[in-house]
Design a protein around this ligand. Sequence first.
Ligand code: ADP
Ligand code: MG
Length: 607
Amino acid sequence: MADIIQLLPDSVANQIAAGEVIQRPASAVKELMENAIDAGGTSIKLIIKDAGKALIQVIDNGKGMSVTDARMSFERHATSKIKKVDDIFSIRTMGFRGEALASIAAIAQVELKSRRAEDELGTQILIEGSKILQQTPMQAPLGTSIAVKNLFYNVPARRNFLKSNPIELKHIYEEFQRVALAHPEIAFELLSDGEIKFQLPAENLKVRMVQIFGKGTAERIAEIEEQTDLIEIKGFIGFPSAAKKTRGEQYFFVNNRFIKDAYLNHAVLTAYEGLLPADSFPSYVLDIEIDPAKIDVNVHPTKTEIKFENEKMIYAILRAAVKRSLGVHNITPSIDFEASPDFNQYYQPMKHTEIPDAPRINLNPEYNPFAARVRQPTMNLRDQHNAANWETIFENTLVPDTITQSSLALPEEKDIPKSSTSIAFQLHQKWIVSPVKSGLMIIDQVAAHERILYERFLAHLLNSPGHSQQSLFPQTLNLSAPDFALVTEMLAELKALGFELREFGNNTFVLEGIPAEISDADGLELIEKLLENFKELAAITKIDRKENLAKSLARQAAIKAGKFLSAVEMQSIIDELFSCSTPSVALNGGKTLTIITAEELGKKMAL
Ligand code: ADP
Ligand code: MG
């Protein structure tokens, strides 16, 4: 039999590639604008007609192309951006697959005009369905203009697949805004059917956000600037009070390239935890600068998804940075020491406190009749950081006057002397009462313990699996068929929390261990109630599964009202509560604590 394998003609191969890279007019907009940025343009103009179906034109004042480059740019795998394999790992530009122009030219009529500074004459190329129709020298302004006409003119199936003009326009605006937000230092303009839709002079990011999101934006955003060994985070986050009912204004950039990342989004959301009204979404525009060798940008043909080598660390840093910014703007206390032990290796406290001052500790010996143990001056950096945090956050608010340090319950730090103890007593086996600088702090013991456990369990689920306490006598867990299916589905998460479950057939599991945090609980009862609570929460709210699990288990495992607490137990609850990211918010949205100020007391006593 004759050989049957043939190489695809270029035009066909390009059309196939185009299917991946160019799905709709907005994809062409993205590719052309990114090329203009890579070319060093400082002013970029986008012109569209008929929602991009008739015309997409991008004009830049970048470095332009030589005659040969202009011709080459339409070849597949033609790129000026990598020369050797190693370059892939250090590339900072937007493109490098060398596919965009070839793809676009395969499915449209394209006119390119370009001139470099050193050339007197520019070049014009007309190309249609991958065929060069004409290449001529001609007068042209500095930079490049690429006009894409009648997208998908030769792929009717695709053309018919396009949505209505308002929808295609919306996609184009989205791409345009992403690029404009990633590059406030570049001036952009967008004309649609002859009308100016955006005209954005070069500016800083804050002003660019106002240009795009409208007046009033500046008053409801907080800046973030965080520098660590691994990454640098810059940008703005919206105040919780300005949260939107839709996800619209959420932008992540990595090295100024827009990306979508559900995991990092989660990091931001959890930093807002307890601060947002139900079903609302915080706005953010955040750029993460990272060594390109530590990411893989090529996992997705349109490159909006990337892989991080070190995503857990980035998650932790990002979350801490957002929390800190919310805290600095007095939106919530921000205390960031719950991170995993290796976190500090990358984490440097705020720039301006790179060498933290020796913490000032407000001991008030007159007030505290008990001999407070004074902090030894042997703190490691982490403690210093914590102490500094405590001070800045609670200076004017609610620092118990003798607590200066969070629970440093990390095993390797056990031998560090505890800073000091505060006086606290229990009221009605329900409240922990403790004097603080401004008055009297009253903590709800149940709500506080739930908050503590919740944050710990969530951390187990997200990045640092918990330990398990092996049961001496494994118990059998008989479940209904739907519950069995539910547990099977959540097995990995239950493990991360510290449950050890072995499938035993017939809707049965053997429970061989439970989370170390709650080692004295009855395992069977615990898991049954956990399931109940989980299903209940799932029915009434839309929180994600991990949050739900952590919440349900925290509720089950927390101490109850009526439990007597020793002085040490109270102290440990106070310490741990204040090492939470959101110490004052209860899981049900209420408060874990309140303060009766001296002033209020005075009023009560007044005549
Ligand atoms: P990539 O961007 O991945 O390199 P493209 O197909 O998008 O691939 O572009 C191919 C090449 O054409 C680029 O590497 C660049 O050298 C050149 N090019 C494209 N657009 C422009 C532009 N606006 N200005 C200057 N050069 C450009
Ligand atoms: Mg490109």
